[in-house]
Design a protein around this ligand. Structure first.
Ligand SMILES: Nc1ncnc2c1ncn2[C@@H]1O[C@H](COP(=O)(O)OP(=O)(O)OP(=O)(O)O)[C@@H](O)[C@H]1O
Length: 269
């Protein structure tokens, strides 16, 4: 059974704005999925519904066998973690250790497990040397990792990352890539909303494209980025590597990651 089932979901905000229209989506455990689409496409609304922050106006969302309509957000908190785009919406402790330990304490993990989880999350987020620092003395890029660590330290089955690469340099993006790979290998399910097509191309094998409050394609990332019609409909640009390949007259769906492209070019020598 899929870990997440979004079944014919529509959502209207209180002011009557329609934000989702008849959206269905199945995600299995340990999948990592990118959700892409223009501003206003409905991405944030969809993940907030999966997190249980809002309930569908129509349809149902089943998360780990729990219909979100029947549970409070707090009751779903140990299953679904949501890292907000802006770290300052999330951080409120004066040291990094306490910030990361807050979630695990709240879901009542025992003292020993809290210590272990904080250590593990800090290592994955490259924060081991910052545990005594005040998060507000750290640059935004590192503060963002503090908020990621504070969610993964609870070890929720599902981890939602909202624009994780925003404000990150090359090193930060490498840490994120490594983290997503390790979490997925360990059986965690990762959902990432992003406008960063290069990050999607390098890190996600499955991509969901949203446009105009609907899912217009859900497929292998290669299929999506080589599909000009879908990208045009979603008003998205393909990653640079595809533009480059097209410019030199190479059109091969199996090429997306840099190492694959280099291997292919070598065969042409
Ligand atoms: N709090 C709100 N009240 C009313 N309408 C809203 C609210 N939040 C979002 N919407 C509307 O719902 C629709 C979907 O918005 P949503 O934020 O889910 O899109 P998005 O794809 O996440 O966009 P972005 O990339 O800008 O975050 C848009 O038309 C938006 O204007």
């Amino acid at each position: 059974m899929p870990l997440i089932e979004v079944k014919n979901v529509s959502y209207f905000y209180r002011n009557g704005n329609k934000a989702l229209e008849n959206v269905s989506l199945l995600i299995n455990q340990s999948e990592s999925v990118a959700i892409i689409g223009q501003n206003g496409a409905g991405k944030t609304t969809l993940v907030k519904l999966i997190k249980g922050l809002m309930k569908p106006s129509d349809g149902n969302i089943i998360v780990d066998s729990h219909n979100t309509k029947d549970y409070t957000t707090a009751q779903l908190a140990d299953r679904v973690g949501y890292v907000f785009q802006n770290p300052d919406d999330q951080i409120f402790h004066n040291d990094v250790y306490s910030e990361i330990a807050f979630g695990p304490k709240k879901i009542k993990l025992d003292e020993e497990t809290i210590k272990e989880n904080v250590k593990w999350a800090a290592e994955l987020c490259n924060l081991s040397d910052h545990l005594n620092d005040n998060p507000f003395d750290l640059p935004l890029s590192i503060r963002k990792f503090v908020t990621i660590a504070s969610i993964i330290a609870m070890k929720p089955k599902i981890i939602i990352l909202d624009e994780p690469t925003a404000g990150q340099d090359k090193k930060g993006i490498q840490i994120l890539s490594h983290m997503i790979r390790i979490l997925s290998e360990r059986g965690f399910t990762i959902i990432t909303i992003t406008h960063d097509m290069e990050f999607v191309a390098s890190n996600f094998t499955r991509t969901v494209v949203m446009a105009n409050k609907r899912i217009i394609m859900d497929n292998n990332t290669n299929e999506i980025f080589w599909n000009r019609e879908i990208l045009t409909q979603a008003k998205l640009q393909p990653p640079h590597i595809i533009k480059l390949l097209e410019k030199v007259g190479i059109s091969k769906k199996e090429l997306l990651k840099m190492d694959e492209v280099v291997d292919h070019l070598m065969t042409l020598l």
